[in-house]
Structure formats: C-alpha cells, structure tokens
Design a protein around this ligand. Structure first.
Ligand SMILES: Cc1cc2nc3c(=O)[nH]c(=O)nc-3n(C[C@H](O)[C@H](O)[C@H](O)COP(=O)(O)O)c2cc1C
Length: 460
C-alpha cells in the first residue's frame, strides 16, 4: 500500500488510459477538475522501442502532469522491458494493458487476448518488476467465472504486480454489448489480494465513486467515458460544455496534439447539444474542422447559442428541442452518456435477422461478408486508379514476400518489409516516406543539443 499512499498520494479519482484521448492537454484539464492520477494512452511497446518520434510524443508531459502512469501493450517480455526502461524516468509506474478487447488487439495478440496465457503474463510481469525501478501495475477485465478472476488477480500479484485495476466487464462486453460492470467481482478480488486495487466501470457521477468505494472497499475508482463526457465528474459538477472546451483548447495551444483528438473531445463534450437535429449543421462543421481557429469558432458559437438559457435570461423548454426531452440536465451541461442496454441491441439484431427484407452481402466470389466490408469494397471500387500504376502493381511483387511492391520503393519491397529493412539497416525510403535514418539523426542532434544546454525538464 506504500506505493499507492506515498508515491501516488492515495488517489481515489483516476482518469483511465485512453487511446487518442488521455493525451497531455486532456490530462491537465482533468487534473484541474479534481483527477488525482492519470494514465497515458496505451503505447505499443515495440514501436516505442524502435521509433524515437513516437516515443517523444508519447512521453510528452510537464511538471503539473503528476502522478502519471505510462501504459504499454505487448506480448514479449524482452521488448516490454526495453520499453519500460526507456519510460521509467518519466513516470511513477508502468502499467500493462491486459484489458483491450478490440479487434486490433486480437490481431496484435495483446490486451485482453493474453488473459488465458498465464505463463507468458507471469514472465512479462516478473521480468518488468525485477528489471525496472518503478512499480509495475496491470489493468485487467474479469472472466465470467468468478473463481478464475480471483486466481488471475492472485497470479499477477505473485508475479510482481504492485497495483491492479479491475474493469468489471468481460472481454465480450464491448460496443453495443458493453452493459453494466459487475462490482461484486471487484469486491471478491479486493478480498483476495493485498496490493492496492482500483475499480473501473460504471462511474458516471461522483455518487457512483462513493458508492463503489463503499461497496467494494477498493482504494480508488477509474473513469474513462464518464470523464470524457464530463471532465468535472470528480468534482461532482456539471459545467456548461464550453467552459472545459475553451480551457482544453487553451491547453492544446500550449501542448499540441493531433486535431483528430481535439475533434473527438469536442464531440463528446457537446454530445447532447449536437444530438439535437436543429444543430446538424454545427455537427457537420465540427466534423470538417481542422484548425484551432475552426474549433474555437465553433465552441464560441455554441456558447453564444446557449449562454442566454444557462444564465436564465431566456427560458429553456426541453419539449421544443427534439432529442432532449429524456435528459435529466439541460443539453449544454456536461453529463454522462448512457448507452442503451445490451438486451436492446440483441433484440434489435434478432428482429433484423428475422426480417426477410434484411440484405445479405457477398464478395465477388460469393462469400458472405459484413455490411461494413461491403461498403469498404465499394469505396475501393470507386477509387480512381492510374492505369500505369495498376499495370506495374499487378506485375511486380516485393522481393522478400508475396505482397505487391511499393511502386516508388527504392529497395523494391512492400511497405512492411521496407519498414523492417529501414529499421534494421538505418535507412530512409523516400518512396514509402519512411524516414528512420533522418529521424534518428535528428533525435541524436537534438539530444546532444539538449545535453549541451542542460535544459531538459524530466518528470520523474
Ligand atoms: C476512447 C477510449 C479509449 C480507451 N483506450 C484505452 C487504453 O488505451 N488502454 C486501456 O487500458 N483502456 C482503454 N480504454 C478502456 C477504458 O480505460 C476503460 O477500461 C473502459 O472504458 C471502461 O471504463 P468506463 O466505464 O469508465 O468507460 C479506452 C476507452 C475509451 C472510451
């Protein structure tokens, strides 16, 4: 418990690791609204080791961004150790993602898809906990089998995990099947292990936090979606969305991030306002916005539209705005977003399946494919192709594998083989726009310059 109490400062209000969403500017915003511990988004350990640019962006932090846990995914103890050693000076702990249930994690064999590979996990956790100077923590999902969940948590504890986050949903509970997290599993794990335990799932307001700690006796709770829709969740406040939005945009000015992250955050902050059919134009505008100027203009516009209601100068009538009649709070206030229950989705798909008008899609060989795949194939078919490129593509193959050759590749390889070659042989490929050599040289130049001027600010 010393790690949770002394190193982390006994945090109970924790912002989850979130790909494309828990970047530095968002973490600082959340901390300003009462978050006591934040995580980086999940980082890929192998890319982190190989690519200095990825590493630099992933470790962007500042003095106020404390305490911070860096999260990695991966399935190889050696690579994960190498990544952890490169990150240990910038954080209070290294977290291992064992909870990601997405298809990309299945393809990459990481996250929740390692939950049955206990020997491998034991190796990863013990290698890291022995080899790194900061504690190692893990974030897991539950199994449907309670006993197995408890044995899983104990296994990670005995392998050297110093703090565990339990997301009280199984790996099948995702997307429209997300449903409710089961705190009884979290409580059972709490009773079975000695290390600090964080509960994740079902935290939509401050009352949920208090109820969760009371019911499960965990050390703290972690929120992801609740925090994205209302960054003031841990203060128990529901500010008008433009307040956190404008603060966030100011932070992005200082700590830049990709515009797709900014757009994603604004869509969630203004979710209930943009769901109003009359605001469809603004929704489209935000979808197309690409500069900080665009974002600020849209936020200011939304503020001007709703501030008169917020300040009580005009009376808001929820019945006049379609889509807002079921909200407990007015739509311009930050508030959680309630997903519909999985039963509803299952009912809907059952109806769809029975519906004789349901369309079935097939590829050109007559194999059944999903609607999504069909749309993708149609998009590809609509793409204008240059005849000479097509001809050369169909003739030439990568000299190391069967993939088509990159038409401008200097080494006559496909993109994947070219990338591997550039990484191992320290090369650039203009044709594929792979600039490993140039980036490494630049990184060396800047690190030399930095050590010369001794102007590095590290977060330890
Ligand atoms: C946008 C988004 C990105 C996420 N990225 C990560 C991630 O990088 N690592 C991780 O362990 N979990 C990730 N998650 C899962 C959350 O950390 C959390 O476990 C899950 O959303 C359940 O918490 P909630 O009910 O508070 O949303 C992500 C969730 C969201 C909504």
């Amino acid at each position: 418990m010393n790690f949770w109490k002394e190193t982390l400062g006994a945090p109970t209000k924790i912002v989850a690791p979130m790909v494309d969403a828990s970047e530095l500017a968002w973490r600082l915003l959340s901390r300003g609204y009462g978050a006591q511990l934040c995580y980086t988004p999940m980082l890929h350990s192998s890319i982190f080791c190989k690519d200095p640019k990825y590493r630099k962006e992933a470790l962007a932090s500042c003095a106020e961004d404390k305490p911070l846990i860096v999260q990695f995914c991966g399935n190889d103890a050696k690579t994960m150790l190498e990544a952890a050693l490169l990150a240990e000076d910038y954080c209070c702990a290294i977290d291992i993602n064992l909870g990601c249930p997405q298809a990309i994690a299945k393809r990459g064999n990481y996250g929740a898809f390692l939950e049955d590979k206990w020997n491998l996990l034991q190796d990863i956790v013990s290698t890291l906990s022995k080899g790194v100077k900061v504690p190692i923590t893990c974030k897991i999902r539950i199994f449907a089998d309670l006993d197995k969940t408890i044995r899983y948590a104990k296994m990670l504890e005995s392998a050297g995990c110093s703090m565990l986050t339990v997301h009280g949903r199984t790996k099948e509970q995702k997307g429209p099947l997300t449903g409710i997290a089961d705190w009884s599993y979290v409580k059972a794990v709490r009773n079975a292990i000695k290390i600090p335990l964080i509960s994740n799932g079902n935290i939509q307001c401050i009352q949920d936090l208090n109820r969760c700690i009371e019911e499960t006796q965990v050390q703290g709770v972690m929120s992801a979606e609740g925090n994205l829709y209302n960054p003031a969740i841990f203060l128990g406040e529901n500010p008008p969305a433009w307040e956190p939005a404008l603060k966030y945009l100011d932070l992005v000015d200082i700590y830049p991030c990709p515009t797709s992250f900014v757009r994603g955050h604004l869509f969630k902050l203004f979710h209930h306002v943009l769901a109003i059919p009359n605001n469809n134009n603004l929704r489209i505008q935000l979808g197309a916005a690409n500069t900080m100027g665009d974002f600020k203009k849209i936020v200011t516009h939304l503020r001007e539209m709703y501030i008169c209601y917020h300040e009580g100068r005009e009376k808001w009538d929820p019945m006049t705005e379609e889509g807002t009649e079921n909200l407990i709070l007015p739509p311009w206030l930050c508030q959680s977003y309630m997903r519909s229950p999985p039963e509803e989705h299952l009912q809907k798909t059952a109806v769809d399946n029975c519906n004789e008008h349901k369309r079935h899609y097939e590829d050109s060989d007559g194999n059944p494919i999903s609607r999504k795949r069909m749309k993708k194939l149609r998009r590809i078919a609509r793409r204008p192709e240059k005849p000479e490129m097509l001809a050369s593509r169909s003739l030439e193959r990568c000299s190391l594998c069967a993939n088509p050759l990159g038409s401008k590749c200097e080494y006559k390889l496909c993109k994947k083989c070219c990338k591997d070659k550039c990484f191992t042989e320290n090369l650039d490929c203009e044709g594929h726009r792979i600039l490993v050599k140039t980036r490494r040289e630049m990184a060396q130049y800047f690190s030399k310059k930095r050590s010369d001027t001794d102007a590095v600010t590290c977060v330890s």
